[in-house]
Design a binder for this molecule. Structure first.
Ligand code: KG4
Ligand code: ZN
Length: 352
């Protein structure tokens, strides 16, 4: 006996190959993630061609592991879901092709899901009750930083987004400037715990007074100059007078803590603005890799309380890219009759 449709979700949009089995949209029966961090570390970022090849090699074993862990067989699946946008096109294609093949062979519906919207769903996984709508959503990841208004899981309107770098990308770049290994976001978070977050007064981007957009390029440059000094512009390319090797461990921790304060304060500032404008909101849905950040996780409950909102902050295992959030959101698309067919395409951009 199952409590609702059993959906296999696939995720291959960037550098995680993931498969999960979710029942009734909330009960996560398995959540398998094969990270490619070790393949991209030497390049300091994701190399698209390496990522797609690794997805192609890993997807079948990852699906098998997800089915085994869930204690189901292919015959038990009611639908196959896939994150088909946004992402690296070669990576997306691996998941989309696999999902189509499985859905066709099993004669079950195929459901395409927007990966960014699925991040908003992550906090609803394993929860005893669904959130009430309307809701305000915040996605903070390596590729996206945006605020949404949701009338339902399927009615998503973007209120603001980054005009340059995503917050996770800024974390990764600041970490690289500090000499921390890839992926730097979590390592910078750990280092920041030991530093003084007031040691440097880095800029918190505000943009126009009513703007719900974000900007991280100024902060990134401020950290770069604080670590390497102001570039020397004589003959040829600008040169920096020093690099992170000139810093003490104490300096590095102070820089990390001060960067983290500015980066997270900018998120909280825009989120507060959005909440002030969405007075009828009942819930606050947060997701994406940076929702694992300690400073953000510490601040969000207070903000939600202040606005009387039901905060849905994902468990750590659902913050980073995973397929459980894909299968979970797919449940609602399926229930609304919004399944796809074999013409489903991989699309590099988010739907909104
Ligand atoms: O959601 P995600 O797995 O991938 C995208 O959809 O982009 O997010 C990955 C991002 C990376 O930039 C990573 O450095 C960042 O999330 N991240 C963190 C933390 N954990 C992961 N950033 C700050 N603090 C963390 N604890
Ligand atoms: Zn993501």
């Amino acid at each position: 006996m199952t409590a609702g449709p059993v959906i296999l979700g696939l995720e291959s949009s960037c550098d995680e190959t993931a498969a999960a089995v979710v029942e009734a949209g909330v009960r996560v029966r398995s959540n398998v993630i094969a990270s490619q961090d070790e393949l991209h570390a030497e390049f300091g970022g994701v190399v698209p061609e390496i990522a797609s090849r690794a997805h192609a090699e890993r997807l079948t074993p990852v699906v098998r592991a997800a089915l085994d862990e869930a204690g189901v067989t292919l015959a038990d699946l009611d639908a196959v879901a896939v994150g088909h946008r946004p992402g690296l096109i070669g990576s997306l294609l691996v998941g989309v092709a696999a999902a189509k093949a499985l859905a066709w062979a099993l004669g079950v519906p195929l459901v395409g899901v927007d990966h960014v919207h699925a991040h908003l769903y992550a906090g609803a996984l394993d929860a005893p009750a669904p959130p009430d709508f309307p809701a305000v959503g915040l996605v903070v990841s390596g590729g996206h930083t945006a605020i949404y208004r949701l009338g339902s899981w399927l009615d998503v309107a973007r209120l603001g987004a980054t005009i340059d770098d995503a917050v996770g990308e800024a974390f990764d770049k600041a970490a690289a400037v500090l000499g921390l290994p890839y992926p730097g976001g979590p390592r910078l978070d750990a280092l920041a715990q030991t530093g003084d977050d007031r040691a440097h007064d880095f800029p918190v981007s505000r943009l126009d007074s009513g703007s719900l957009d974000f900007s991280y390029s100024g902060l990134k440059t401020a950290v770069l100059y604080a670590v390497r000094g102001t570039p020397i512009r004589d003959a040829g390319e600008p040169r920096f007078p020093r690099d992170y090797t000139a810093l003490s461990e104490r300096d590095k921790a102070d820089l990390a803590a001060s960067f983290q304060r500015a980066a997270i304060d900018a998120v909280l500032l825009k989120l507060r603005r959005a909440l002030e404008g969405e007075g009828d909101a009942r819930a606050l849905l947060v997701g994406g890799g940076v929702s694992a950040n300690s400073r953000l996780r510490e601040a969000l409950p207070g903000l939600a309380r202040e606005f009387g909102l039901d905060l849905r902050l994902p468990a750590m295992r659902y913050c980073l890219d995973n397929a459980a959030m894909i299968a979970g959101l797919a449940h609602h698309r399926l229930a609304a009759g919004a399944a796809d067919d074999l013409t489903l395409r991989a699309v590099p951009t988010t739907a909104c």
